[in-house]
Design a protein around this ligand. Sequence first.
Ligand SMILES: [Zn+2]
Length: 82
Amino acid sequence: MPGDPRDYKIDLSVSAGPSSARPAPPQNRPYLSVLFACCNVYQRIYRSPDGATYQGRCPRCAKTVRFAVGEGGTSARTFIAT
Ligand SMILES: [Zn+2]
């Protein structure tokens, strides 16, 4: 498995915009654990194909979140989407 996902820093940014993107997560793709505070439910969100963001959706209300990979972010792997 090339690269260590923990090398990436994550800038926290949450988008509530609509998204029709349908994630097709392969088993070996890096992911974050996100608590969707809207529905108090955890969900894994996977890194986008271009590797620049993590994008996910609340399994209950379909609220979308996006975390950008970038400098100066956090190396935490668990987030709360509010
Ligand atoms: Zn929700």
